[in-house]
Design a protein around this ligand. Structure first.
Ligand SMILES: [Zn+2]
Ligand SMILES: [Zn+2]
Length: 322
């Protein structure tokens, strides 16, 4: 009990002292991003409708999203030889089950061996807002139940209403202003905000952005805020630099031709140099964007479990996506 008290105190100290704004602005020099959950898999790993990735930036390791099924990211990380017990920080891009499904299993898998493992989780404001589920009186936001269970293990949530630099050169956008009318997901659901009940456009949706000498590296979960809104905002908040790599789910799998054409034109304007279109980006969308962005098959691929992007080395797509 006493240990737990001290441990909690230490975590809060970590949250309040070591975080936001404590380090100077700067660029990340070494960066590797490995996909841990997406639909496509070609080895011993499992595919699923979900997303997760491990970010390794200048020695800092961050788990971004946790997949849909409770065990998939755990199994895939083991299969890929990645030890998540030494990862202290988690980012959950938004509250949908295909991004938060493995979260508790992962924390519980490391807590005995490493109490600080996956112990601090960064989320956008709105993460815990109640949602409709389509079934009367059934809560549609899984994070409401997950919150208590995670805190029970000693985990701490940090909620952001604004952009923040987590570590030197590693940024979270926080909730993204919807400047352009991109309507990527959300749909019929309703969300209860402090201002009342409104259409659920996934207000908490945020991206991780890494600032490098080569440009910005943008990692999205589902891209519900819109990939153009997200990059536009990141370039306003961090610096108006080209996008060296865009990785993650863009939620464009069902987008109409004119939406894709508009998106591609904007992405070309942002100077996107590498694309790993994973999860809900859509297969056809990746190939369309590859053509419109004038990229080749080394620089634009469908994301697979185990696929990597490494600064200075580019994309390792895995067999199936080469
Ligand atoms: Zn989603
Ligand atoms: Zn998703």
């Amino acid at each position: 009990m006493l240990m737990r008290f001290f441990y909690r105190g230490f975590l809060w100290l970590l949250v309040s002292v070591a975080l936001p704004g404590a380090e100077k602005e700067g660029r990340v020099m070494t960066l590797k991003i490995t996909i841990l959950s997406t639909m496509l898999a070609d080895g011993d790993e499992l595919g699923e409708w979900g997303f997760a990735a491990l970010v390794e930036a200048d020695g800092r390791r961050i788990l971004f999203d946790t997949g849909e099924h409770t065990e998939v990211v755990l199994k895939n990380a083991r299969s890929l030889g990645l030890d998540l017990s030494t990862v202290t920080d988690v980012v959950l891009s938004h509250a949908h089950s295909d991004h938060v499904g493995g979260f508790l299993t992962l924390r519980r898998s490391v807590v005995a061996k490493a109490p600080m493992g996956l112990a601090r989780t960064h989320v956008g404001e709105g993460m815990f807002y109640p949602r409709t589920s389509g079934v009367p009186r059934v809560e549609g936001n899984p994070m409401i139940a997950i919150k208590g269970a995670y805190e029970e293990t000693g985990g701490v949530f940090v909620v952001y209403a604004k952009p923040v630099q987590l570590f030197r050169g590693v940024w979270l956008t926080g909730p993204v202003p919807r400047k352009y009318p991109e309507r990527n997901g959300g749909g019929r659901g309703r969300v209860t905000t402090p201002a009342g009940v409104v259409e659920d456009n996934v207000p908490e949706d945020m991206a991780l952005v890494i600032d490098t000498e080569q440009g910005l590296v943008v990692l999205t979960g589902c891209g519900h805020a819109g990939v153009v809104n997200t990059i536009d905002y990141a370039r306003t908040v961090i610096r108006p630099e080209r996008v060296h790599a865009l990785i993650g789910g863009l939620h464009l799998f069902a987008a109409k031709a004119e939406t894709l054409a508009w998106t591609a034109e904007k992405l070309r304007g942002f100077g996107v140099e590498h694309l790993i279109g994973a999860h809900c980006t859509g297969i056809e969308t990746v190939f369309r964007l590859r053509a419109d962005l004038r990229l080749d098959r080394e620089h634009a691929v469908v994301g697979a479990v185990g696929a990597k992007f490494e600064l200075g080395r580019g994309i390792d797509a895995r067999k199936i996506a080469k």
